[in-house]
Ligand binder design. Structure first.
Ligand SMILES: [Zn+2]
Length: 315
């Protein structure tokens, strides 16, 4: 068992202005994984009994410390991971496509089974992927992926690409600062980075006890405010930050999460993301019953949905 050190600087901007939002027991997080996904993750915490949910006062990144990323075994144990990762109707794919020309040289980090490459259909596509099953699936479609981290790939491919994309990857990454620097390194001057992540500004992801939003799955939580400050951290110009609208499929979840959090906030301290109390479970059950019985659906027009997509230009 190795007890990992708490981060004393931000893993994105390196500032030491960190606040602890909540201290959370590893056993409480494990209870969520066991209850919701039937996966025991206690060993993933490597002997750490407690982790801290931190907020950086400089860049507004929120992250868990010590930084504990999921092992390959953890990812294999998630039920039907393709349902989480390889959805093919992603809003972010279509938004990203608008920024890509057929003649662009494109690198995708975390390609899954290569669906995005089929959507953009460019002449020159390179994809990096860790998951062997995804690599094999892509190969069947005629897409050759490379099993290499971006940090290593970047050493041999400086200033080579017009566009670097990654979708639903950044929030899993142990060192987002180096990940982004490596992504910039492979880009030509004036080239674009397009990242899609779960939006921490959306109640669909930023709600109490959102299992997959905890380690060992997600390490970081991303607010628009963090992306809006990227020009102060990296050598980039901010092109746009785009929030996905709330899809019809998720209107009920949106209503449940928002009302539960509103009611629960009356009893709890600000900003908490975890509650193992029976009071929380009671509130959630009650709200769920209410919205089912009365068919309550809040108006989600102009509200932020699951994903946020940031577009950056390398200076
Ligand atoms: Zn920071």
């Amino acid at each position: 068992m190795e007890i990992l050190k708490m981060s004393d600087t931000c893993i994105l901007c390196k500032s030491d202005r960190l606040k602890t939002v909540q201290k959370i027991k590893a056993s409480d997080i494990n209870d969520l994984y066991v209850r919701d996904l039937d996966v025991d993750v206690l060993l993933e915490f490597k002997g750490n009994k407690e982790i801290e949910y931190k907020e950086c006062s400089n860049c507004h990144l929120h992250f868990f410390s010590p930084v504990l990323t999921g092992s390959p075994k953890f990812y294999e144990s998630l039920l039907k991971p393709e349902e989480f990762y390889y959805k093919d109707d992603r809003y972010e794919f279509f938004l990203a496509k608008k920024h890509i020309n057929k003649t662009d040289k494109v690198l995708e980090i975390g390609s899954g089974s290569g669906h995005f490459s089929q959507i953009i259909n460019v002449d020159d596509y390179t994809g990096l992927e860790y998951n062997d099953k995804a690599i094999a699936d892509a190969k069947e479609k005629g897409i050759q992926l490379i099993k290499k981290p971006i940090e290593d790939f970047a050493i041999e491919h400086e200033n080579e690409f017009d566009v670097v994309c990654s979708f639903q990857v950044l929030e899993h990454v142990e060192n987002p600062h180096d990940y982004i620097e490596s992504s910039l390194k492979v880009l030509k001057k004036g080239g674009l980075i397009i990242f899609g992540v779960p939006s921490a500004d959306s109640i669909l992801t930023d709600n109490i006890n959102h299992t997959l939003n905890f380690p060992p799955h997600h390490i970081t939580r991303w607010y628009n405010k963090t992306f809006q400050g990227f020009e102060n951290i990296f050598n980039v110009e901010l092109v746009s930050v785009n929030n996905e609208p709330v899809s019809d499929r998720l209107k009920k979840s949106y209503t449940l999460n928002l009302l539960t959090n509103r009611v629960y906030k009356i009893f709890s301290s600000k900003g908490i993301i975890m509650s193992n109390t029976s009071r929380f479970r009671f509130v959630k059950k009650l709200v769920k019953k209410m919205i089912n019985v009365f068919g309550i659906r809040l108006n989600t027009k102009n509200k932020k949905g699951e994903a946020v997509i940031v577009v950056l230009r390398k200076k």
